[in-house]
Structures are given as C-alpha cells and as structure tokens.
Design a binder for this molecule. Structure first.
Ligand code: ZN
Length: 281
C-alpha cells in the first residue's frame, strides 16, 4: 500500500502538471463497485457535475491522502488504497488498465485514476457541508511536523497498551506511516515491533523520531518503494527504488545486514511485522 513517501512522490509528480488547470469534465467509468467512496459520499453524477469547470489551485498531502484544492473551497480527496495509481496522460495515450476515473483537463491533459484492487477512495470534501468519509484534516501530525518530539511521542505512548508497531500504524497518532516504513523505523531504532508501546523509553522514543524522519526522507528521495508485487507506480507509471534499501521488510528468512541473524516475521494486530530478533529488543 502506498505510504507517505509514495504518496508524496505522486504529489510531486502531478502538481506541476495540473496546478492552475481547469477540469473540463470528470469521466467516471461505469462500474457500480468501482469506487467505494463515490457510492457512500456523493453519487457519481453529482460528483461529475460538481467538478466540471473547477480550477485546481494546489495539490497537498496529509498522511496517505492527496488533497487537490479546487476553487470555491472544495477539496478533491484521493486515497490510493492498495493499488491506486494517478497518471498524467495525453488523450492520445493508450488506455491504462483498470482506469476508474479520467479527469479531463484543459491543454489536452488527463489525470487518470487507475485502481485494479478497488480499495482506493475518491471524493469531494466540502468542509462547509461536513461531507466526508474520513476527514484527512483530522489525522495526527505529519512526521516532519516540529510538534513531534521524543517527549511528545513518549507522552502518547505511555497511555497505550498496544504493540509499538500498531501505534506507529495509527494514522491518528502520526499520519503517513504504514507496514513497510514501520518495520524499517523499528529496525533502525533497534526496537522489537511487539514491544508494548508504554514500555518505550525516552531514549528509544528519540530514536523512533529521528529514524522516522531519516527513513521517510530517504524513501522520498528514492521515489518510494515498489515491493515485490510491483504495484506501486509514480505519476509517470515508473517504479520507485527504495525497495533496494529495505533492511527488514519482506526479508523474512534472509540475513540481517547488521548481524547476519535471520530476519523473523510475525503477525501483530493483523499485519505482518518483519524484524531482526538479535538487533531489536
Ligand atoms: Zn540484526
């Protein structure tokens, strides 16, 4: 699933192309189950009508959500789900498989939302109408937000009895971290993923904060992780390269680069955690 570095890479890819452009129309490919949020929040015809002739003012990101700000104070929210792609295309480009929505823009440009597995979310969010499935503006702070310090993190973990891995995955604690980067952050911080969050020390919280920023920054510079499933692609349909830098994620049974012990995996809160039993305590 795309996490902060992948979504940020997509944001940086689409923003220069679509900022300031007018949406001529939004073509929702007819498929009753194609986009789950459009069923829940606003019907496809209303969605299309509301988008016609709107101007894209900027493209922002909160956690794993893309926020496309439109004139008249509405936000087009896109969550890539498990397999969503946002592609910048020309009308003459060949069709992309599993395209769910084509945003036809002025200057012969298209923004295509393709999503084979249909876990993606697309909806218009109007703060005035209170109309939202998830309000991305309510998520926890961004990892690069100066509000996040080791003391801040420690105070939030102290009240929690869940595993530290589950806490890092909580989008209302810190936004943007998913399964891949939580594994990598905990390995770099030398903390087992099943440690109780309330047992984390001040020094360990400091390591988590530092390595979170370092790893996410590095992953953005490598244009994200395209894991073994090959699903994640940027706005030009290109894979990322951070998979070449992973220390533990999806490496169970292989040797730890640090101590050569075998990387272990176990299920924590329904997610598979990967870790080194020697390096991580
Ligand atoms: Zn190790």
């Amino acid at each position: 699933m795309p996490e902060l570095p992948e979504v940020e890479t997509v944001r940086r890819g689409i923003e220069p192309a679509i900022r300031g452009k007018r949406i001529l129309s939004a073509e929702v490919i007819p498929d009753p189950k194609g986009i789950r949020t459009l069923r829940r929040v606003r019907s496809a015809p209303a969605f299309r009508k509301n988008l016609t002739n709107r101007i894209i003012e900027k493209v922002d990101r909160r956690g794993k959500y893309l926020l496309i700000y439109l004139n008249h104070d509405e936000i087009l929210i896109i969550h890539l789900g498990m397999s969503g792609r946002l592609l910048i295309r020309r009308p003459s480009d060949p069709p992309d498989p599993h395209t769910r929505i084509i945003f036809h823009l002025e200057k012969k440009l298209e923004l295509r939302f393709a999503d084979p597995r249909k876990f993606g979310e697309v909806y218009l969010f109007s703060p005035a109408l209170g109309e939202t499935a998830v309000n991305p503006l309510d998520l926890g702070p961004e990892p690069f937000d100066p509000e996040i310090t080791s003391a801040w993190l420690l105070s939030r973990l102290a009240k929690s009895s869940r595993p530290i891995k589950a806490a890092l995955l909580d989008q209302y604690l810190i936004a943007g971290i998913g399964n891949i980067y939580s594994d990598e952050i905990l390995h770099a911080s030398r903390i087992r993923p099943d440690r109780n969050a309330s047992s984390i020390t001040r020094e360990e919280a400091d390591r988590i904060v530092r390595h979170t920023r370092r790893i996410l920054k590095l992953a953005i510079s490598k244009r994200g992780t395209t894991a073994g499933d090959g699903v994640y692609r940027d706005s030009r349909n290109q894979p990322g390269s951070f998979q070449n830098h992973l220390q533990v994620y999806a490496r169970e049974g292989e040797g730890c680069y640090h101590c050569r012990s075998k990387i272990a995996s176990r299920t924590i809160g329904g997610r598979t955690a990967h870790f080194c039993p020697e390096c991580q305590k």
